[in-house]
Design a binder for this molecule. Structure first.
Ligand SMILES: [Cu+2]
Length: 215
């Protein structure tokens, strides 16, 4: 039989489709049917191993700017080195008393940076000893598939192997994580509406001189 490159290409495409990737789009709303931004979402494969991490991807940044942390919520993979650059000219004293990561780092400003490696999964709330209103939440997960919802409450994750997953959603105003099982089909994007009951926002408002609140 003569070699037919077109047939080979078709076969490869079919194989890729069979083994191929699916996606998920999360849309998060609260009890007032308003979009929920800054929701941390991650997918753990059920019955399949997670692919090993690329060391180059194990990096994240939580900066201090205008006397706030940015971002407010972030998911990182286990083993990620989180850098804390101080973009302000004032001093910050970044700390966490959490069990996955305990640290305390004085940062004098002018882009001074220190880093902490997140080597345990879980919730790492981060504060500043000097500015009580400053808070950030780092969620350390053992999967490469995670993110946070945008201003419209949406998050799209693509290129996941087809199969079953546990989808977990976390937000500082949730009483407990929201968990559900989903099944991803190759070549399809699954729409997952996530309806949440959020507690009132009890965050201490930031200094009036430093601009508006996020909520
Ligand atoms: Cu501070």
């Amino acid at each position: 039989m003569p070699f037919n490159p077109l047939k080979l290409a078709a076969l490869l495409l079919a194989t890729a489709g069979w083994l191929g990737a699916g996606g998920v789009t999360v849309t998060a709303t609260d009890q007032k049917n308003e979009a929920v931004p800054e929701l941390v979402v991650w997918l753990d494969p059920l019955g399949a191993p997670v692919p090993p991490a690329d060391p180059a991807e194990l990096a994240a940044t939580v900066e201090q700017f205008n006397e706030e942390f940015d971002p407010y919520t972030i998911a990182v993979r286990l083993g990620t080195k989180v850098e804390f650059p101080n973009r302000d000219d004032v001093q910050h004293h970044v700390y966490s008393l959490s069990s996955p990561a305990r640290f305390e780092i004085p940062l004098h400003g002018g882009d001074e940076t220190e880093a902490v490696v997140m080597d345990q999964t879980g919730h790492v709330p981060v504060g500043c000893n000097i500015h009580d209103w400053m808070i950030s939440h780092i969620i350390v997960v053992d999967t490469p598939w995670f993110g946070t919802t945008d201003e419209s409450g949406r998050l799209a994750l693509t290129d996941l192997p087809a199969g079953p997953y546990k989808l977990t959603a976390w937000h500082p105003r949730l009483r407990k994580t929201d968990e559900r099982e989903i099944n991803l089909v190759a070549g399809e994007t699954l729409a997952v509406p996530v309806e949440l009951r959020l507690r009132p926002d009890r965050r201490i408002r930031r200094a009036p001189t430093a601009g508006g609140s996020r909520y």
